[in-house]
Design a protein around this ligand. Sequence first.
Ligand SMILES: Cc1cc2nc3c(=O)[nH]c(=O)nc-3n(C[C@H](O)[C@H](O)[C@H](O)COP(=O)(O)OP(=O)(O)OC[C@H]3O[C@@H](n4cnc5c(N)ncnc54)[C@H](O)[C@@H]3O)c2cc1C
Length: 300
Amino acid sequence: MEKTITALREREIPFAEGVSAERLTTFGSGGRVRCVISPRSVEELRFALKVLSDRRVPSRVIGGGSNVLLPDQGYNGALLSLACFDLLQARGCEVSVGSGVKMPLFAARMAQTGLCGAEFLCGIPGVMGGGVITNAGAFGGMLSDLLTEVTFLSAEGEVVRLPASCLTFGYHSAVLPRGATVLSMKMRLAQGDSASIKARMREMMNKRLSSQPHERSAGSVFRKTGNTPAAIYIEQTGLKGKRIGGALLSAKHCNFIVNEGSATTQEYYALAELVRERVAALCGVRLDYEVERICSPTKS
Ligand SMILES: Cc1cc2nc3c(=O)[nH]c(=O)nc-3n(C[C@H](O)[C@H](O)[C@H](O)COP(=O)(O)OP(=O)(O)OC[C@H]3O[C@@H](n4cnc5c(N)ncnc54)[C@H](O)[C@@H]3O)c2cc1C
């Protein structure tokens, strides 16, 4: 890792060492991350990825950290943040957006511009790049409904533009070529009236605020099974309000585990596994995780 750090320093690519995972994910658990790199351009990103790959340093892209949990023992590798990829440009109904733009900010800017269709993104606390990878969706809308093109950096370091129709999107999932880093995307929205778009967004936010916990969380713990929300099964376990360490199964929405302040990733999973076992025993259903667990690399 030291040689990687030296290479980044020489190339003047912004990075931070020993970053607390608490700042990187919405749940806020986990140990320190050895290095967080924040490239400002495709060239810097390409350089950083090459150095990491040449030196076999484990690395991951992190967006808003709202669908991932980091290991308690720390991440002995590099996380790449594309926060600087913050282009946001509308030409008529065609919109170009960088991966680092926060989804709620995007929704608000579209509302301001009088473009409709992106309202459902207003309460999803990730960034657009993470949104593509997870095909973020809510209130019947999905990011893939809006996408016309996705630009990514391939594992080989090539900038590739693909029509969205060439990619496969599913429920909270997308299939991109292995090792692809999403750089930006194009979307088509529709002309609308700014005031009514904002009113719809307020309505969606109110629904969220009244049905979801306000404490730190990583969103839904489990995916739907078929069309059945995981909460329907979890309700039957009687585990609402169950606490393991600082992790609490929300009484407001039982498919959310909230961080009461000092929860560890291990506590989160101990609670989630308890829920899973009870659901399997009571309902005969095996719940799949929505949240992604980033594991600690064994070497760097
Ligand atoms: C309170 C709360 C409410 C939520 N509500 C919803 C909801 O209504 N609907 C919904 O769909 N989700 C919801 N989520 C989950 C989460 O916000 C979404 O899954 C979101 O799209 C994740 O985006 P992110 O930027 O945080 O991605 P991260 O969690 O940072 O990363 C997710 C995955 O994408 C990868 N990744 C991120 N950026 C890139 C990139 N540029 N290139 C390649 N890979 C990348 C990461 O490596 C990781 O594998 C909610 C979460 C919370 C905390």
